[in-house]
Design a protein around this ligand. Sequence first.
Ligand code: NAD
Length: 361
Amino acid sequence: MRIGVPRESAEGERRVALVPEVVKKLVAKGHEVLVEAGAGEGALVPDALYAEAGAQIGDPWGAEVVVKVAPPSAAELGRLSRGQTLIGFLNPRGNPEGLAAVAGAGVTAFAMEAIPRISRAQSMDALSSQSNVSGYKSALLGAEHATRFYPMLMTAAGTIPPAKVLVLGIGVAGLQALATARRLGAQTTGYDVRPETAEQVESLGAKWLDLGLEAAGEGGYARELTDEEKAAQQQALTDATKGFDVVITTALVPGRPAPRLVTAEAVEGMKPGSVIVDLAGETGGNCELTEPGQTVVRHHVTIVSPLNLPATMPEHASALYARNLQALIELLADEQTGALAPDFDDEIVTGACVVRDGEVR
Ligand code: NAD
């Protein structure tokens, strides 16, 4: 199949859908890859490396399959034509209007977010690969903004105790945040409403914060809490957060606004110089005082709410994303001929396909 790789146009998006290492593998399997000039610039990959890997530098929009990172802009949609296939993050739950616009272009579209989280699809799980980047970076941001060291220091000038880092929400990002903060020497604690995460937290050398509240939902995700549960959780977390230097929040419920875990009162109760890194800014934030995309100081606590953290580490984020795409492309291709031949009886293919021949599914 002919695969097109456009230069991403969304503001701040430095990732690119395919990297030369993956282009080489696709070309070796008989696919043609068309890369727009400068597509890898944000990730510091020059056109020459794509050409060396066997890609052609040219117009990617006429290709049979167009692979992207961010959802297409209106201008990009205008460059697609009926019968083409689009693959990328399309935010099908969060932006139904955007999805309708994709359908309006008459294409078939696969959303990376919609790939079922089953074992067979792990190699394609871009939510996980990018959440790993976010979790790692969130721990670094906590360290950067803190007025205190993460590790314990025993120096001639006296001993500094280790920072206490609390991670709320133990999905992929939360686990990576815990692991990274511990590698930097912090004392780590994790909390989630899914009880099975206790063991995962402890396997990373962190303490489990037990608030006696369970809210496991479907498919390995959490369910939304009832109003009474929310109030109880907020109160318990207001008491718990007081003792921490850095609180990293990653809690999400699919299709719902981010749960409010840290109230203004909780922020007020934290020690001056503490930091909250809120990874849930895109869906409103886990902290009541979060301003999505901004860094603000409230009650002497720095609240950081970065958007699109994976784009701040474009080299490895793109490399991982490209491998996720490669695995999906291989699933969509006929094993013998390499032609585009999606098997709509396959649960990964049907799960990921959000628009088929111009119709939202
Ligand atoms: P996510 O980003 O949807 O949510 C992050 C975390 O927030 C979750 O752990 C969730 O339980 C937690 N949360 C939600 N509401 C909360 C609240 N009120 N208080 C505290 N915590 C709250 O999660 P994710 O990283 O996408 O992972 C979701 C699930 O998918 C996990 O069970 C994970 O193990 C699973 N998963 C499976 C696969 C696979 O099998 N291929 C791959 C990746 C993830």
